[in-house]
Every structure is written in structure tokens, then in C-alpha cells.
Design a protein around this ligand. Structure first.
Ligand code: NMX
Ligand code: MLT
Length: 471
């Protein structure tokens, strides 16, 4: 049984100094952890029947309620503004940014357990929150950390499969290939072949998802060490948390870098359902493809430069600015460089968004991190100057709907500061984090019995004829 305890939560949040405006929104949704049970699976098992009932009621009582009109602009314009997906784990407000199960990023930073007092949230805590809608206790997070470590052994054939690729293959290609190779261990596939009843689908999906989340940092760090560190692999630490361990396996034991990785993995995990990677994962999973197949597909979408690859593009672009204009480039020179980029028919990477209409809060929290840990870093100063220089120029173009920076505008300079300088690798880090969001929703897709995704498409001729008819 789940209890809603908004009032006591409110005072708990207040005593931790959470800002009021956002708080009012989140309290409506947030469920407080009332159980000390540290087993995530049994918590989910308890939650699923009531959420199934909730969906059934929504369908039977309100199934015919209209959510808006579909215009030809929407059909031709990448479905922008068209509501068409159920995604429980997070919701994006165009002005305010992402909320994970109702919690904003600053609220997650205050409420989710950290490795040390006042530190960045542990991604395992976010996973617990996304899956259950409840803020976990430190004991629950520690238990989940341990479970993930226990599931992290990657079969040998996965390394051999990656090794079959040329070392020059893009890190995302190597990573997605590794994830495909992990698929041979899918519990869902085995259970389906044995004829599992549909009401039980979520159970092997849960098994696959937790194993996948546990193993992606191991595969990702293998790819990094293979390409950039002569294949000298660093084994997992037997007591570190998920984010700390990922930094460790990559070769970074600086406590500040480990904190950065915890923040990085937390904030990149989920961005509601319509972004290319989440939507791809959800679509592929709707055919009852298992979590490995679905997530590998999602990674291939993330590897596109308008989506996840933008973090690579941003650092490469910043480095090209430095190469051409020097580290202490003036704002005037920066403006010229931005115009040069635009005039050569390219986008300014790290700016703009399909849904957001203000500065991405994921950008803002990375800026906070930089102000705290690396205020004098020259590339951080350059990024700060771009924040002033780029938006007015994009507005001047007259077509850009959001001139403000997104998550990718900032992540590279933080990683670069701590020595992770290989920009081509950056999207792999995004991918590791995104497994948490996509797999959490996938478990709920199965638990709620969501159907095959199959929207209707039409031709230009069909649209022209339709317009003549309605004119
Ligand atoms: N630089 C130059 N032009 C831009 C930019 C930008 N940063 N952002 C939008 N535009 C252009 C866009 O290309 C389009 O031009 P055209 O009509 O000639 O095709 C026009 O402005 C209208 O686009 P919007 O409706 O504002 O944006 P849309 O929803 O289509 O695309 C992005 C969103 C994110 C793809 C776009 O803003 C972009 O290309 N940004 C740079 C790449 C980037 O940072 N991507 C990462 C997004 C976050 N993530 O991690 O996935
Ligand atoms: C994401 O995190 O997926 C990006 O910001 C893109 C999006 O939300 O469309």
C-alpha cells in the first residue's frame, strides 16, 4: 500500500530549504517512502496492481477526451507539440525543464541520498525514484548499489565482439555493438520462447533492465580504455557506488570527478518520452523486443549530432574557437566565430531545443558545479561568455525557437577539466546514463501492458486532397 503524505513531506522539504514555487508542483505527485524494505523488486510488485487499475480507470472513464488538434505543420514538422506518448518517469515543462517523478533537479540534489553529506545525488537513488515514484532511504540506495555491482559481470564474448571492430570505429559504434552482444543473456527472450504469460512480462524485463544498467558502465569503460588507454582495463571497485565506480573504471579516482560523474549520470538519465533516444527505445520495445535490443536502438538515435552527439560537437567546436582565436578570446571575436559557423550552414551545438524554451536546468546545475569546483578554468569562462554571446545572435536569425543553452553546452568543459579530454567519447557517457531512464519506463511499459506503437502515416497527395475537401 502506498501512502501520500504531502504535508509531512512539505515540512521535510522546507526544512531542507527546497524552493517553494517548484515544490508546490512536486508535492502533488511525490510519494514518500514508507517502507524500509530494501528490495526494489518487491516494492515494484506492490505498486504495479494499483497503477494498472489507475490506467484502466483513465481509459474507461476518459478514453475519448481530446488532447488537442493535429495540424499539417505538426505532421510535417517532426510532430512538435503533438502529445502522443505515455511516459511515467519524467515530465518536461518548456519553461521550467525536467522533473523526475515530480522532482526538479535542485530538489533531487537536496532529497536523494549522496555519497557524502551535501554531495551530488547517487544515480541509484534516481533509478529507485524513477521506478517507484518514491525518494529512497540511504539503506535502500546502498542495497541497490550492491545489487548493481553483483550484476555487473560482462560475458567474455562481449569484449571479443567489440575487439572485432577497428579501434578507429566511433566510440558509440563500439558501445552499441557491446550492448547488442549483451543481448544474448536476455531473460525476457528466454521467457518469451518458453511461453511466459503476458501478465508476467515485467518480471524478466526487470531482470534484463537491472543487469543492463549494471553492465553498461563496464562496457563503456572497456571501450574508453580500449581506444584511448592501450586496452589497460581497470576492474570495478568492490564497494564504490555506481557513478563513483564508473569514473574509477574509466581511470579517474579524483573525488571531484567522481562527484561530477554522479551528477552527470543523474541529470542525463531521462528527459520525458519524446526525445529521439527514449522514443526509439520505447517504440522498439513496443514490439516486445527485449531491453537490450530496445536500448541498443536508442543508442543509435543518441549517436546523432542533433541529439546526444551534440556534447562531442560542443567541445570540438570550443576547441576550434580556441585554436583559431586563443583561450582568452574576446566577446567580439566570439560573435564573429558564431556568425562564421552559422554562415557555413552549421548549427551552433549546445544551443536550442525541441521542447525547452528557457535555459536547460541541466545546464544551470553544471554551471553551479563549475562555479564551485573550477571557477578559473579558461574553457569554463569561454562557455560563460558563449551564454551571453550566442542567444542574441540566434534570436537575430528570426527562426530559432529557443536560443538558450541545453545540457550539452556545458558537460564537455567539466569532463575536460578533470582529464577526460576525448570529445568523441562523450556521447557514450550520455548513453550510460540514459539506460536508467529508458529501462525504468520500459519496465512500466510491460507492467501496464502498453500496446504496439503504430501511428498512421500519410502521403503529400493524401494531405493535399484532405485540404481540398475541408476547404
Ligand atoms: N544553431 C543554428 N540554428 C539553429 C539552432 C542552433 N543551435 N537551433 C535551431 N536552429 C534552426 C534550426 O536548424 C531550424 O532551421 P531551418 O528552419 O533552416 O531548418 C530553425 O532554427 C528552427 O528550429 P527550432 O524549431 O528552433 O528547433 P528544432 O526543434 O527543429 O530543433 C535542435 C532542435 C536541438 C535540433 C536544434 O536547436 C539544434 O540543432 N541545436 C543544435 C544541436 C544541439 O545542441 N542538439 C542537442 C539537443 C539536446 N540533446 O542533448 O539532445
Ligand atoms: C534529451 O535529453 O533527450 C535532449 O534534451 C533532447 C530532447 O529532450 O528532445
Amino acid at each position: 500500500m502506498v501512502f501520500y503524505r504531502s504535508v509531512s513531506l512539505l515540512s521535510k522539504l522546507r526544512s531542507r530549504g527546497v524552493q517553494q514555487p517548484g515544490l508546490r508542483n512536486s508535492v502533488r505527485w511525490l510519494q514518500v517512502q514508507t517502507s524500509s524494505d530494501t528490495d526494489l523488486h518487491s516494492q515494484l510488485k506492490e505498486l504495479i496492481p494499483e497503477q494498472q487499475e489507475r490506467l484502466k480507470k483513465l481509459k474507461s472513464e476518459h478514453g475519448k477526451v481530446q488532447l488537442g488538434n493535429i495540424t499539417i505543420d505538426m505532421v510535417l514538422g517532426g510532430m512538435r507539440g503533438m502529445t502522443g506518448l505515455l511516459w511515467e518517469t519524467s515530465l518536461l515543462d518548456p519553461e521550467e525543464g525536467i522533473r523526475f517523478r515530480g522532482l526538479s533537479i535542485p530538489e533531487c540534489q537536496k532529497l536523494l541520498p549522496a555519497a557524502k553529506p551535501g554531495g551530488e545525488p547517487l544515480p541509484e537513488g534516481l533509478l529507485w525514484l524513477l521506478l517507484t515514484g518514491k525518494v529512497p532511504t540511504k539503506d535502500q540506495v546502498d542495497s541497490l548499489s550492491k545489487e548493481l555491482r553483483n550484476r555487473a559481470t560482462v560475458p567474455d564474448h562481449v569484449y571479443k565482439t567489440i575487439d572485432a571492430l577497428p579501434i578507429t570505429a566511433h566510440p558509440m559504434t563500439q558501445f552499441a555493438t557491446g550492448v547488442m552482444a549483451l543481448q544474448v543473456q536476455s531473460e525476457f527472450q528466454k521467457a518469451y520462447e518458453k511461453g511466459i504469460h503476458k501478465s508476467k512480462y515485467w518480471e524478466p524485463t526487470y531482470e534484463d533492465s537491472l543487469s543492463l544498467i549494471a553492465q553498461v558502465p563496464v562496457v563503456a569503460s572497456y571501450v574508453y580504455r580500449r581506444i584511448y588507454k592501450n586496452g589497460q582495463v581497470i576492474p570495478m571497485h568492490d564497494s564504490l557506488d555506481y557513478g563513483g565506480n564508473f569514473a574509477h573504471m574509466l581511470g579517474f579516482d579524483n573525488p571531484a570527478m567522481q562527484e561530477l560523474m554522479r551528477l552527470y549520470v543523474t541529470i542525463h538519465s531521462d528527459h520525458e518520452g519524446g526525445n529521439v533516444s527514449a522514443h526509439t527505445g520505447h517504440l522498439v520495445a513496443s514490439a516486445l523486443s527485449d531491453p537490450y535490443l530496445s536500448f541498443a536502438a536508442a543508442l543509435n538515435g543518441l549517436a546523432g549530432p542533433l541529439h546526444g552527439l551534440a556534447n562531442q560537437e560542443v567541445l570540438l567546436w570550443i576547441k576550434s574557437v580556441v585554436e583559431e582565436c586563443g583561450e582568452n578570446v574576446s566577446k567580439e571575436h566570439l560573435k564573429e566565430y558564431v556568425w562564421k559557423t552559422l554562415n557555413s550552414g552549421k548549427v551552433v551545438p549546445g544551443f536550442g531545443h525541441g521542447v525547452l524554451r528557457k535555459t536547460d536546468p541541466r545546464y544551470s546545475c553544471q554551471r553551479e558545479f563549475a562555479l564551485k569546483h573550477l571557477p578559473d578554468d579558461p574553457l569554463f569562462k569561454l562557455v560563460s561568455n558563449l551564454y551571453e554571446v550566442v542567444p542574441p545572435i540566434l534570436l537575430e536569425l528570426g527562426k530559432v525557437k529557443n536560443p538558450w543553452p541545453n545540457v550539452d553546452a556545458h558537460s564537455g568543459v567539466l569532463l575536460n577539466h578533470y582529464g577526460l579530454t576525448e570529445a568523441r567519447y562523450y556521447t557514450v557517457l550520455f548513453g550510460v546514463s540514459r539506460a536508467i531512464g529508458i529501462c525504468s519506463q520500459l519496465i512500466w511499459d510491460r507492467a501496464l501492458g502498453l500496446p504496439l506503437e503504430r501511428p498512421k502515416s500519410v502521403t503529400m497527395e493524401w494531405l493535399e486532397n484532405y485540404c481540398k475537401k475541408v476547404a
